[in-house]
Design a protein around this ligand. Structure first.
Ligand code: G6Q
Length: 552
């Protein structure tokens, strides 16, 4: 770690802390208590373990296996691990991403025009707004049809090419905000190096009406550059044009102007961002250009204001009523004290179809780590595996395991009161389902209750539910661009708090970097240009089999 790095917890002895020990003792004392008993013994429980955040975002965590005492002890742990100074350090622009020596300033991407955030002596806010303004002008030109393709036709298809942090956010946001998007333009997302992704997304597109946004922070990522090159060939061939057509059908979002220029994209059509924006924290930077074209600059601004609202809540609210802090602490309790290995995120809103996939990266790439700040190996669990599907679909698939399996699967239920498509009784049915699921998970159904319904004794054990399965329900008013911003910022900050408590750097991704170089060695070996690849016998056998199948 660079010398004098401020606000980094340097001691790795999390489990030796008196605050941690107190939680272990508390767990031993309370573990046998069922959620049924907790609710029965405290009529105020729901109220005491709920909190209302910005713009009425309501979080009920009373169905988690915690008490007010558990929360008090967890809050002590947060203080002991320096969560407070770490929040201040992030907002100040300190280089808290120590392994890459970078500031972590996604919060600057949504800071208002008159804010000041200084990194290396430079206020970054004016540059953020300069890019937002340029994106706005470009988005308006594409939406209005003023931006024309090489042959003079207006753009009807926008295809985002990117992967990981340069894909998941925009793809998720397009689905999430679909109700607010222009229906004059189709939006697609190509990420996989599998040519099927490109082929299927472009098969019904006219190159003359298609604009590609090549999103890559580095502009070197194998998948993205392969797809971008394929797209360039597709456009030039389709239009029987030379390189001059590229400027009308390609724009770039990157930090690497040199590579963008080398690709043939006019740097006037390059939208920049900065090394202090991590890929998985970048959907509200220029990486969100497709989102802005889809929902318009005003809709994008609304989304940013939602993010900012949650940022301010996170920065200023007392920890006991701070949504990201509470969510993080409940997650720590589940992972580190109740032994859960996973987190199911279950949005009861079809527009949030890709939300869990987005969170998988945000959480697992950020906190899927075993090395502490001081380089030592942690001796406690870190990130759980995160997964989920929109309700009610999951109910007819994997909820069986959540209700009656042998593993503890904490759930985050997310729902909105007002429907975006108010048709018949759908919304009431949707909400009835989410509430019923959370209730059934918490309270279960005893053997006596099952038998009282007339179930034969031999069948009763199969139809009995233990309950005591923890969940949080987030209930917000309506899925708007601002609500989406608040929701994402909630999880972003939760991840940061958990990373701080676990003593790990949530902002690097050395595991991903490894993946970026591994394939490079095997590529020439597959083509047959390297006759005897030196690998382990398994890899070697698979390479040989592939080469034989391809006649090489
Ligand atoms: C995100 C990661 C990773 C990254 C992709 C794409 O936090 O760093 O998912 O976003 O590997 O990288 P480029 O934007 O550089 O192509």
């Amino acid at each position: 770690m660079p010398a004098n790095t401020p606000s980094i917890p340097t001691q790795n002895a999390l489990t030796a802390l008196p605050e941690w020990r107190a939680l272990e003792t508390h767990r031993a004392q309370t573990h046998a208590t069922h959620l049924r008993d907790l609710f029965e013994s405290d009529s105020n429980r729901a109220k005491a373990l709920s909190v209302e955040g910005p713009s009425g975002m309501f979080m009920d965590y009373s169905k988690q296996r915690v008490t007010t005492e558990t929360m008090r002890l967890l809050l002590d742990l947060a203080e002991a691990r320096g969560v407070r100074p770490r929040i201040a350090a992030m907002f100040r622009g300190d280089k808290i991403n120590v392994t890459e020596e970078r500031a972590v300033l996604h919060i600057a991407l949504r800071a208002p025009r008159d804010a000041h955030i200084v990194v290396d002596g430079v206020d970054v806010v004016p540059a953020v707004h300069e890019v937002l303004d340029a994106m706005g002008a470009f988005a308006d030109a594409v939406r209005s049809g003023a931006w024309k393709g090489h042959t003079g036709k207006r753009i009807r298809n926008v295809i985002n090419i990117g992967i990981g942090g340069s894909d998941l956010g925009p793809a998720m946001a397009y689905d999430a905000l679909c109700a607010y998007t222009t229906r004059e333009i189709s939006f697609r997302f190509v990420s996989n190096v599998d040519a099927t992704d490109f082929a299927e997304k472009t098969r019904d597109c006219d190159p003359a009406e298609t604009l590609f946004i090549v999103c890559s922070k580095t502009f070197t990522t194998l998948e993205t550059m392969t797809n971008a090159n394929t797209a360039r060939e597709w456009v030039l061939k389709g239009l029987s044009a030379n390189d001059t057509a590229v400027a009308k059908h390609f724009v770039a979002v990157s930090t690497n102007a040199k590579k963008v220029l080398a690709f043939g994209i006019d740097t006037a059509n390059m939208f920049g961002f900065w090394d202090w924006v991590g890929g998985r924290y970048s959907m509200d930077s220029a990486i969100g250009l497709s989102t802005m074209i889809a929902v318009g600059p005003k809709g994008f601004q609304e989304m940013l204001s939602g993010f900012h609202e949650m940022d301010e809540h996170f920065r200023t609210a007392p920890f006991a009523t701070n949504l990201p802090v509470i969510m993080a602490l409940v997650g720590i309790w589940n992972s580190n004290f109740l032994g859960s290995q996973t987190l199911a995120v279950l949005p009861y809103d079809q527009y949030l179809d890709r939300f869990s996939a987005y969170l998988q990266q945000l959480e697992m790439e950020s906190n899927g780590k075993h090395v502490a700040f001081d380089g030592s190996r942690v001796t406690w669990e870190t990130c759980p595996s995160v997964w989920g599907q929109p309700g009610t679909n999951g109910q007819h698939a994997f909820y069986q395991m959540i209700h009656q399996g042998t593993r503890l699967v904490p759930c985050d239920f997310i729902a909105f009161c007002e429907p975006l498509n108010a048709i018949g009784v759908h919304q009431d049915l949707l909400i009835a389902n989410v509430l019923a699921q959370a209730e059934a998970l918490a309270f279960g159904k005893t053997l006596q209750e099952v038998e009282a319904e007339g179930c034969p004794a031999w069948l009763a054990p199969h139809r009995q539910f233990d309950g005591n399965r923890p969940s949080t329900t987030i209930l917000a008013k309506r899925l708007t661009p601002a609500a989406l911003g608040r929701l994402i910022a909630l999880y972003e900050h939760k991840v940061f708090v958990q990373g701080t408590i676990w003593g790990i750097n949530s902002f690097d991704q050395w595991g991903v970097e490894l993946g970026k170089v591994l394939a490079q060695r095997i590529i020439p070996e597959l083509s047959g240009s390297v006759p005897t690849p030196a690998h382990d016998s398994s890899t070697q056998q698979l390479i040989t089999r592939y080469r034989t199948a391809r006649g090489r």
